[in-house]
Design a protein around this ligand. Structure first.
Ligand code: PLP
Length: 429
């Protein structure tokens, strides 16, 4: 499942003691396992051996260019949702014919960039955007392939914030509208309508919503076939769930097997866009205990990471397992604590009323399952420099992102001449 575990009293990533990483690179620091990343990719890739497919890693889950590169080296493509993610994918060496571009609102510049990069497919989900892509493609003398994102109106049974395939969500086009677009595709002279895209949500632990959504999409493709419209790419999105706590998500092999009978009906390439499945359990966030604070009915463990580093607990009330890097004998006993960061928000917590072995100042904790939507959702809130990122491979560790400095925080800011002048004038008064 992943390569983080205790060896004796010490917590390791692969065969590297995480305490050494904390000492060398400081905290907070994200640590990723190369082996877990590639294992997860290969597991999914092999599970779909029965059909021509491309796995397009969803860069939003963890956008570090080293991670994109190591996956690209395995043959992985990319699912991007912005010009910035496309830039990362290109810089990481992802092949352009394995890049798909989703998202409800692409700008002129982003569309131009994607056209000039010769990506595989634009996943588009509104007529207005199709018109814009058609216009810009004409100007650039390009004829891009389009995958229409349809909304299958299926409940993914996950957190409301990460459910995307119900009709009340902003994503996708209804089947009726999509059918009309396909029937009148000729009016978009510069576009080739070649794909169907669905993505019903994230952290989905059961295969049932996928089966339901894929069935609807396959029926839709069969309806198009009756009209003489051939689809070459069926993109079933991402969303495969992982274990954070006590979940028992479907395995890649079970997921692939459950879709096999449906996918047999179609004659096109399959695209998958996993994010969390690949990186989620391949990363931890190391954080140092600053202080222990006792309040009336509570004990707080105050750590040096905060919601700006890992926002999932604050945003979704998400559960992350938290373990000390070193087990001590005292840790045989435990206590109930809140683990909180230094940010000035009561919502800045990693765990509430959690049983944790006794810890003290300067102990280092590992927040598990932090490899997806961890660093990529981090910010500089409270003017906190963002964490370092380290990759472990074959017993070595490599810094793949430097810790930010105070200078980094103000690098793009400017005190304009007019403010400098007014400061001098006020001083004179
Ligand atoms: N594809 C699309 C279109 C998405 O919006 C997302 C996540 O929001 C993903 C793929 C990746 O989802 P996950 O990380 O759950 O696999």
């Amino acid at each position: 499942m992943h390569d983080f575990s205790y060896v004796g009293k010490n917590f390791y990533c692969e065969n590297v003691n995480l305490r050494e990483i904390a000492q060398k690179f400081g905290t907070p620091t994200y640590v990723y396992s190369y082996k877990t990343l590639t294992d997860h990719y290969l597991k999914l890739d092999r599970a779909f051996d029965y059909i021509t497919h491309i796995i397009c890693y969803s860069i939003k889950a963890n956008s570090n260019i080293a991670i994109c590169k190591l996956l690209a080296d395995q043959g992985c493509g990319a699912d991007v949702v912005s010009g910035g993610e496309l830039y990362r994918a290109v810089k990481a060496g992802v092949k352009s014919d394995k890049i798909v571009y989703a998202g409800v609102g692409k700008t002129d510049d982003e569309i131009k960039f994607a056209l000039l990069s010769n990506i595989l497919l634009f996943n588009s989900e509104s007529q207005a955007e199709l018109e814009l892509i058609n216009k810009i493609a004409g100007e650039l003398k390009k004829r891009p392939k389009i995958g229409l994102r349809i909304n299958p109106d299926v409940d993914a049974k996950t957190h409301a914030y990460i459910t995307t395939g119900k009709k009340e969500n902003k994503f996708g086009i209804s089947l009726n509208e999509a059918f009309k677009i396909y029937k009148t595709a000729n009016r978009y002279r510069n576009l080739q309508f070649r794909g169907i895209h669905i993505h019903i949500g994230s952290q989905i632990t059961s295969v049932q919503p996928y089966v339901e959504a894929v069935k609807k999409a396959v029926d839709f493709m069969n309806k198009l076939k009756c009209e003489g419209i051939k689809i070459d790419y069926f993109n079933i999105g991402g969303g495969l769930g992982i274990i954070y706590d006590k979940e028992s998500p479907a395995k890649a092999s079970e997921f692939a097997a459950s879709l096999k009978p449906l996918l047999k009906e179609i004659d096109c390439s399959l695209i998958l866009e996993p994010g969390r499945f690949i990186t989620g359990n391949a990363g931890v966030l190391l954080t140092k205990v600053l202080f222990i604070k006792k309040a009336v009915n509570k004990k707080f463990v105050i750590v040096d990471a905060a919601m700006n580093d890992l926002v999932r607990p604050s945003l979704y009330n998400a559960y992350h397992n938290i373990l000390p890097l070193q087990k001590s004998d005292e840790q045989k006993s435990s206590e109930i604590v809140d683990i909180v960061g230094p940010v000035c928000e009561s919502g800045d917590f990693f765990a509430k009323d959690r049983r944790l072995p006794f810890v003290k100042s300067n102990d280092v904790l590992a927040i598990l399952s932090a490899g997806a939507y961890g660093f990529s959702m981090s910010s500089n809130y409270n003017s906190r420099p963002r964490a370092a990122e380290v990759l472990v491979k074959d017993g070595q560790c490599y810094l793949i992102r430097k810790r930010e400095t105070y200078q980094d925080l103000i690098r793009n800011e400017k005190i304009s001449a007019i403010l400098a002048k007014s400061g001098q004038e006020n001083e004179k008064k």
